[in-house]
Design a protein around this ligand. Sequence first.
Ligand code: ZN
Length: 104
Amino acid sequence: MNMSCSCVNNHSPDKHVCPVNGRVYASVDCRTVLHQIKTPWQRQLPEQGYYFCTDPDCKVVYFGEDERVVMCDELHTPVGQKSRAPDRQICYCFDIRANDALAD
Ligand SMILES: [Zn+2]
């Protein structure tokens, strides 16, 4: 499934390696990252590419080209891809939940 929606940052490489689990993930818009963080005023998020690690076993949610990381517990809401709950949110852009997408 394509998880990138329309949130792709056009100025940076569209894929980058998670500094924790070493796998390659797709970019997200840095506004998406800022929007999710509980205390954005405490975070310095430079203009660069941000990427979304979807591995449920990896504590990193977002990471930047400079390898700075944003962890699950720094976000307002649980991240859908980090959960296996049936009502997990699988797309922020359209508020689609797994059981909506999978019900057929
Ligand atoms: Zn990761």
